[in-house]
Design a protein. Structure first.
Length: 364
């Protein structure tokens, strides 16, 4: 059997006051506490109220989840030393002031360029990296991924509240990306040279600060031989990370097989694709999705079932079909994390209660 593609994840976590749930600018203290414990893979992000946990690449999904759990536990212990807590939520549910950027020159440059409106409150995402033979394959795989990514976005929805308000969106984080000049669904690219030329032009224009600001929902990494899928909200539990990483790797595997047999790229209207992402952000799993092939609304779970059928061969080959099926069944029964947050409020809880519940899920 062919060795499965490697998979790794980056998880962005908000740092909050343990009692109020509001963001606190403690990333330097948390990273220092983690480093003093020998953990170097807790890293800074743009905001001083966010840290990022970065796993190693793994061929086995179970080993990836072990790594996720280790880093989550390490981050929680470091946050406790810094008198704060880790919140696995994709947006700030509790009101708080704009957070300053961290001290790194790149992050200060981003803040100067785009201001508090964009970078004063930072969304937290789950980024899944899947190993690629080379950059050329990564670019071609991204062409085949485009139509499937709204379904992963809906599965990961985990940000219905923003700064004390019900947003009406399952993934409010997703709407934030529209404020940036290079974000959303990736364009179709003829090859890696086309990708590189466009990115170089965007940097030369001054619209983006550097090549890392290609915030497309899927992109070749600039530093490691992977394709990075970054359409998903950060999620409360490591089991949800297992589900999303397993589905993402399987989907990339199927797309890579299509590239290798020179299959045609699915033709998807850019406007229909953008609408499908809006629909996924708005309703998550608890409403209709947009079928990008027909342009018609269908229940979100219909698209999940189609995705599962499409990737079943790759899940089976990697030994991941059983765990993914079990985790999907659990989510189908309990609803998305966005709906679970809303349930707390509908049952009389406060947004501080939502924050406390999500924090309690970190090590589950």
């Amino acid at each position: 059997m062919t060795q499965p593609l490697t998979v790794g994840v980056e998880e962005e976590f908000l740092l909050v006051d343990p009692d109020s749930g509001s963001a606190v600018p403690a990333s330097g203290e948390v990273i220092a506490a983690a480093a003093s414990a020998g953990v170097e893979r807790i890293q800074p992000e743009v905001s001083s109220a966010v840290v990022e946990a970065v796993t190693e690449p793994h061929s086995e999904l179970s080993l990836l989840v072990d790594d996720v759990r280790f880093l989550r536990s390490s981050a929680a212990a470091a946050a406790e030393k810094a008198d704060c807590a880790i919140l696995p939520c994709a947006w700030e549910p509790v009101p708080g002031p704009y957070m300053p950027p961290t001290g790194f020159s790149r992050y200060r440059a981003l803040h100067r360029k785009y201001g508090d409106l964009v970078f004063g409150h930072i969304p937290c995402g789950l980024h899944v990296h899947v190993g690629m033979p080379d950059r050329e394959h990564a670019v071609r795989v991204s062409n085949h991924l485009r139509g499937w990514l709204p379904t992963l976005q809906a599965l990961a929805a985990n940000s219905p509240f923003s700064l004390g308000e019900e947003t009406g969106y399952a993934s409010f984080r997703s709407t934030w990306w529209s404020q940036l000049p290079v974000a959303g669904p990736a364009p179709l690219f003829a090859d890696a040279a086309h990708y590189n030329a466009l990115l170089d032009s965007l940097v030369a224009s001054g619209v983006i600060v550097d090549r890392k600001m290609a915030y497309w929902f899927a992109r070749p990494s600039e530093y490691v031989p992977t394709i990075e899928v970054r359409v998903m909200d950060v999620c409360p539990t490591s089991d949800t990370v297992m589900l999303l990483a397993g589905l993402t790797r399987a989907l990339v595997t199927m797309c890579l097989r299509a590239v290798r047999r020179d299959a045609g790229v699915p033709q998807v209207s850019d406007q229909i694709l953008a609408a499908a992402h809006w629909q996924a952000a708005r309703y998550g799993l608890e409403g209709d999705a947009l079928d990008v092939t027909s342009g018609r609304p269908v229940p979100a779970w219909t698209m999940v079932d189609r995705l599962l059928r499409h990737v079943t061969p790759a899940l089976s080959d990697a030994g991941d079909l059983g765990p993914v099926n079990d985790l999907l069944a659990e989510m189908r029964g309990r609803g998305s994390w966005a709906s679970r947050q809303r349930n707390i409020v509908q049952e009389g809880g406060s947004l501080a209660d939502v924050s406390a519940h999500l924090s309690s899920m970190l090590l589950k």
